[in-house]
Design a protein around this ligand. Structure first.
Ligand SMILES: Cc1cc2nc3c(=O)[nH]c(=O)nc-3n(C[C@H](O)[C@H](O)[C@H](O)COP(=O)(O)OP(=O)(O)OC[C@H]3O[C@@H](n4cnc5c(N)ncnc54)[C@H](O)[C@@H]3O)c2cc1C
Length: 212
């Protein structure tokens, strides 16, 4: 979290402006107001908040992340304008899965195949890095050279959102059916939400993790 302007009081004051009332600090009953707003889907008071993050994650995680369109802003490192020194995500645990789409269960892949997969990841990314750097050295434009990089290449972005859009993101991505990798990021983002807006976060949990 690099910047925030996000508190429970911001929500209360945004709601109370209907009655031309402004509080300087949280008062008795304000937690109930927040719970009510969240439960009854009065979502707009939660939008008068701002959280800005700097995120470093693999491209395949960003691909999922950027599907969240409403109340989110993104700016990402350009592989057209910069020559990156590629870094790659290498998973520690290799999952296998059973079940139908939408209802998968995951468990650890057997050791022999997991070792083989990890070796393949290392070999593929090492080769990709050599090819990418060679392409740049030989004059290939960076926007073309990046075609050689796999989806586990790390990228960085600035991500801004408000508490309402963050809760929606967390309800979908800090959830059992979200992919492990994005879920790890969503957990951290949710921790920051809890830190900035503990009463809002509590109401979100009580509301079965449904955003207003
Ligand atoms: C477990 C999981 C699996 C997924 N699998 C796939 C997949 O296989 N393929 C795939 O393509 N995507 C997949 N997605 C992405 C998913 O379809 C959404 O794009 C993503 O979760 C963002 O959700 P959202 O549209 O609600 O969020 P936002 O874009 O932030 O939108 C927030 C809300 O605004 C409203 N809204 C936004 N845009 C519109 C619109 N155009 N019209 C009407 N209302 C709108 C909706 O109420 C929406 O919930 C998956 C997501 C998850 C969590």
């Amino acid at each position: 979290l690099v910047a925030s302007c996000a508190s429970d009081l911001d929500v209360v004051n945004a709601a109370r402006v209907s009655f031309n009332v402004q509080h300087e600090e949280m008062e008795k009953g304000d937690d109930k107001l927040i719970a009510y707003l969240l439960r009854e889907k009065h979502g707009t008071p939660f939008e008068h908040t701002y959280l800005r993050f700097r995120v470093k994650a693999p491209l395949f995680v960003f691909r999922e992340w950027h599907r969240h369109r409403v109340g989110h802003s993104y700016n990402e490192v350009s592989m057209r304008y910069t020559r990156i020194d590629p870094e790659f995500y290498e998973p520690e645990r290799i999952r296998t899965r059973i079940g139908k789409p939408g209802a998968y269960e995951h468990s650890d892949l057997d050791v022999a195949n997991a070792v083989r997969f990890r070796m393949d990841v290392k070999a593929t990314t090492a080769k990709a890095k050599v090819n990418y750097l060679h392409a740049l050295e030989s004059g290939v434009a960076p926007e073309m050279a990046r075609m050689l990089l796999p989806v586990n290449t790390y990228s960085e972005m600035i991500w801004s959102c408000n508490a309402r859009s963050l809760m929606h993101f967390c309800s979908l991505r800090n959830a059992p059916n979200a992919q492990f990798e994005i879920r790890e990021f969503a957990k951290v983002a949710e921790n920051f939400l809890e830190g900035c807006m503990p009463i809002t976060h509590k109401a979100f949990i009580t509301n079965d993790r449904q955003a207003p």
